[in-house]
Design a protein around this ligand. Structure first.
Ligand code: IPE
Ligand code: IPE
Ligand code: MG
Length: 253
């Protein structure tokens, strides 16, 4: 068993993080917002290590939303894309040592060509790592993802290769950015706001939600452990009745 994992009776297979509060953290300390993003990268490194140690299989981190990309000043977006490039080049050895495979979801095609090339390179070079997947959501929006899947379906229906009557949840899922991605078991949002902000709308239908008061730059492995302690107490029913009450496990599909 991984070090530390035995303190939890049940662990999420996939944890998604809404890494929020970088700007406020920096402003409260008299720094530029960008300093908060830099500190946030250090926290990402620490939390990634802890998740690997625990044996978590997948981590998905919201790094930049479609709304951030459209609505934030150009200099903040440029800084974030540059920070991402620095992260990818600096972390690649450590991620290889940890056995972490990198993936990206979002409207990657809208990013500048140099940035796209960096992402493609790091996906390729880490693809044989098998311990954990670290997925960064960049220029990602849950609504955009569903729109993109709907457009794809519309094209196939118009082209006569898809029967509208056959469109079901599986057909939609298979056209999301990463069709084989397991749904997150736990979504953790830092910095105290109680909302999803357009993250993994389809995939988080039955995720457990945990809101941490700490901003992302202050988020520690102890905060993560607290979220995991809360998670292990949750009863996930997926629309069924509680385990204590059920004798008939009938599933009508
Ligand atoms: C989260 O921190 C990181 C990104 C959105 C890129 P914010 O930049 O949203 O920081 P706050 O929420 O304004 O403090
Ligand atoms: C969500 O945080 C996006 C990321 C953490 C990357 P935001 O800061 O964009 O969310 P809102 O605007 O407070 O809802
Ligand atoms: Mg924010």
């Amino acid at each position: 068993m991984s070090p530390g994992a035995d303190q939890f009776s049940v662990l999420p297979r996939h944890i998604a993080f809404i890494m929020d509060g970088n700007g406020r953290w920096a402003r409260q300390r008299g720094f530029a917002r960008t300093h908060g993003h830099e500190k946030g990268v250090e926290v990402l490194r620490t939390i990634t290590r802890r998740c690997v140690d625990l044996g978590v299989e997948e981590m998905t981190c919201f790094a930049l939303s479609t709304e951030n990309f459209r609505r934030r000043p150009d200099d903040e977006i440029d800084f974030l894309l540059d920070l991402l490039a620095r992260y990818l080049s600096k972390e690649s050895d450590e991620l290889d040592e940890l056995g972490v495979r990198l993936k990206f979801i979002g409207r990657i095609e809208e990013l500048p060509p140099g940035c796209r090339a960096d992402l493609e390179r790091s996906v390729r070079s880490s693809s044989a790592n098998e311990k954990m997947t670290l997925r960064l959501a960049i220029n990602y929006g849950g609504r955009c993802e569903i729109v993109d899947a709907a457009r794809q379906i519309a094209r196939e229906v118009a082209g006569g290769t898809l029967d509208p009557a056959k469109v079901d949840e599986k057909e939609i899922e298979s056209r999301l950015y990463e069709p084989m991605m397991p749904d997150p078991d736990l979504v953790i949002r830092t910095a105290g706001d109680l909302r999803i902000s357009n993250f993994l709308l389809w995939q988080s239908s039955y995720s457990e939600l945990y809101f941490a008061p700490s901003s992302w730059p202050d988020f520690t492995t102890a905060d993560l452990d607290r979220a995991l302690e809360a998670y292990q107490e949750r009863e996930r029913r997926f629309g069924s009745i509680g385990v204590d009450e059920s004798s008939d496990s009938g599933d009508r599909g």
